[in-house]
Design a binder for this molecule. Structure first.
Ligand SMILES: [Zn+2]
Ligand SMILES: [Zn+2]
Length: 138
């Protein structure tokens, strides 16, 4: 009756976990109990490749990036300014350009904005600097 199961011989015990006989990944051990590979050991190669791609993409947390992104390059909020209307943060030049194109209507909350409503966001600038310093951001 155990014919359809793969045998777990040759797999290090600490890579295995107990499971039910009807588990699709079930293998059988010499003593007749059922085991399967722990999640971290399954399809290892593709899993690792996937992680690598995600990591390089996620180098800078989204909160440190300009939401408009006309700034190009790394989009980091090095010249962070905050809009009073909705509290969103952009790079200074990006939001000024965008507002001029939009007759000074905030592209996000559609409030009319004046230049005085664009305030430097010192805290964000510090965060960006700190993250660059830590080497988290190139
Ligand atoms: Zn930008
Ligand atoms: Zn707004």
């Amino acid at each position: 009756m155990y014919g359809r199961y793969r045998k777990a011989h040759g797999i290090t015990g600490n890579k295995l976990m107990p499971c039910e006989a009807d588990d699709p990944d079930a293998m059988i051990k010499a003593d007749g109990t059922f085991v399967k590979l722990k999640p971290q050991y399954r399809r290892r190669r593709s899993g690792l490749a996937g992680q690598k791609i995600e990591k390089s993409k996620a180098q800078a947390p989204a909160e440190l990036l300009c939401g408009i992104g006309n700034c190009g390059g790394d989009k980091l909020l090095k010249t962070a300014v905050k809009l009073e209307c909705c509290g969103r943060v952009f790079n200074d030049e990006c939001i000024r350009t965008r507002l001029m194109e939009n007759e000074f209507v905030c592209p996000y909350c559609k409030t009319e904005v004046e230049l005085d409503d664009i305030v430097p966001d010192g805290e964000m600038r510090r965060k960006v600097k700190a993250s660059a310093h830590e080497g988290a951001v190139q």
